[in-house]
Design a protein around this ligand. Sequence first.
Ligand code: CMP
Length: 140
Amino acid sequence: MAIERTFSIVKPDATRRNLTGAINALIEKSGLRIVAQKRIHMTKAQAETFYGVHKARPFFGSLVAFMTSGPVVVQVLEGENAVAKYREVMGATNPANAAPGTIRKEFAESIEANSAHGSDSLENAAIEIAFFFSGLEIVG
Ligand code: CMP
């Protein structure tokens, strides 16, 4: 297995309930390292570009409204097999299907307000990291 980097977002439902630390604790317990992190309030344009792949989906407008409804914490996570590992740590997109102990099972409110985003492939991880971070902001 290789050391990888993946991209993570602590979503507005989680920052609103002061859960950033609790989510970071689950990330760190898994062995992943938080090598970059910042709290931002996404603009509509940023959210529309970031989720551009979902533009045709019926939930797109609602997703963009939700992701711009409050602050988020964007992160770069590093470790062995980081892309797949973080998807395990998050659990299924729909919290109703997420395994016990995962971020979404423990904290998510709904399929939309599901507390965390993680990249779905190494290729998308690189694109998503570059969208929010410069190389200088990532300290491994
Ligand atoms: P995320 O991993 O951030 O990627 C796209 C997001 O769309 C997803 O998590 C969910 O929060 C959100 N979403 C809202 N409704 C749906 C749906 N019906 N199916 C999949 N994703 C949805």
